[in-house]
Ligand binder design. Structure first.
Ligand SMILES: C[S@@+](CC[C@H](N)C(=O)[O-])C[C@H]1O[C@@H](n2cnc3c(N)ncnc32)[C@H](O)[C@@H]1O
Length: 217
């Protein structure tokens, strides 16, 4: 498979190896946000050993967090970048990793109890983001957790102004909770919980749940 365009920047020399060491304070805040959201939203308790898809998984950064919060879960990480997957595989953790494109997930419908997509959607403009959301919604059996950038955050607004002044295209895309809720509602998912890092930072995280089969079919 060729690397999807949106993943190709992670193939640049040294980028994948340096990825996890970036911004430790932000990483701690993200970990706390994700953990609180999973605790508040309730874990996939109807199954003894839940299955998790982490897409895109990057270097497998989220694996230890998810393994701690959802003990014993089966974890599959999917990413478009081979350099990022190499970092993940080098960790020697009890997890499986595959290369794949989030615009066409090579996975069956309703095949995971929980699908997590973290720090990804802001790389995509609306049409590609809508396709990725449809794909993520298709493969979850129950829950979907995703992060996005908020359009009304000081961080995103300052980024917008700087890029406008320098006549550059926006390098990151913000997607509002409302827009994501609407996209996912078409796929039979409803919002359960939402958490935000604060009004300065742009990252927010949502937990969405799929209706049982039959209800919307
Ligand atoms: C900022 S990293 C986030 C990785 C991980 N979720 C985390 O939070 O550490 C974004 C990842 O998206 C992957 N990616 C970008 N476009 C993709 C696509 N179309 N299909 C699969 N992976 C993609 C990149 O290779 C990169 O690893």
């Amino acid at each position: 498979m060729t690397t999807p365009g949106s993943a190709s920047r992670y193939e640049q020399k040294g980028k994948a190896a340096a990825y996890e060491a970036r911004n430790p304070a932000r990483t701690r805040a993200e970990r706390a946000l994700l953990s609180a959201l999973l605790a508040r939203g309730g874990q996939p308790s109807s199954v003894r050993v839940p299955s998790i898809l982490d897409a895109p998984c990057g270097t497998g950064r989220l694996y230890p967090w998810l393994a701690q919060d959802l003990k014993g879960a089966h974890y599959l990480g999917l990413d478009g970048s081979l350099a990022m997957l190499e970092q993940a595989q080098a960790k020697d953790i009890p997890a499986a990793f595959i290369q794949g494109d989030l615009q066409h997930l090579p996975l069956a419908e309703r095949s995971f109890d929980l699908v997590v997509s973290f720090r990804f959607l802001h790389h995509l403009a609306k049409p590609e983001a809508a396709t990725a959301l449809r794909q993520l919604a298709r493969v979850t059996r129950r829950d979907l957790v995703l992060s996005a950038f908020h359009p009304w955050s000081a961080h995103h607004l300052s980024r917008k102004i700087q890029n406008w002044l320098q006549r550059r295209p926006l390098p990151r895309h913000a997607h509002s909770p409302r827009w994501i809720r609407e996209q996912l509602a078409h796929q039979g998912l409803r919002e359960i919980e939402r958490a935000r890092m604060g009004h300065f930072r742009d990252l927010w995280v949502g937990l969405y749940r799929k209706s049982p089969p039959g209800l919307l079919d």
